[in-house]
Write a protein that binds this ligand. Sequence first.
Ligand SMILES: [Zn+2]
Length: 254
Amino acid sequence: MTNTLMIGGVHGDEIGGVMVARELKGWLRGKGIDGVDIIPEVNLQAIENREREHPTDGKDLNRLFPGDPDGTVSDRLAYDIFQKAKSYDCVIDLHTYGVGGRCIPYMLTDLKKDYNVELCKQVGLDHAVQTGGTGKQLFLELSDIGIPSMIIEAGGAGWLRGELETVTKALKNFIEGEPSADVRSFDSYRWVPLEEAGHYIPKILPGTEVKEGDVLGYLDDVPIKSPTDGLVLGIKMAGPCEPPEENIASIAEI
Ligand SMILES: [Zn+2]
């Protein structure tokens, strides 16, 4: 077993990742398996506030790596996490979709690096998605210095037990060194934004394959169509929408 670090709660409103990490940590205790460290609540104050950002400086922790020892609370936290994470052979960062969203379990990483592809095979969730991503994220900064690393997205702020159980099971198998299932890889994904405010009702579930022009949902009776052929990774659930922050779907392009 390689030395592995798993963390949850980088974003304080993504409780599903915290719950998976807690479950794994409890399971690991008494198993007698060395080489795996799990920190379920890396951004504790944000988690206690159930908010994405840290309450004292309002920063998104996953846009600050490798961190700054002389910066704000979040900059320093990013620095401490990065210094620790650097000493592992691989790092898995557990996220979920935020409030009002949900997604199928998928692995997000830079698949142009062979060691990330290999890590995806070992973890063995069904879907791996390529990103060169927004910089300064933990998994990208680590994989840039040669440490296999990924984000796992699964479920949403409403937790969605089935999605979280799928991730928990995969990670238990990974820790125990079980051979993994086949992984389907995607070269890119895109968000589908909403241009106008309104009440949104989705018409498809995460995991659905769509063609360009298929209806994803309705905004006040106006159909919102898919801009691409692809696999719907995640959706916004029914509720009010306020652009520009809101996306109604993420789609892995086929
Ligand atoms: Zn997140």
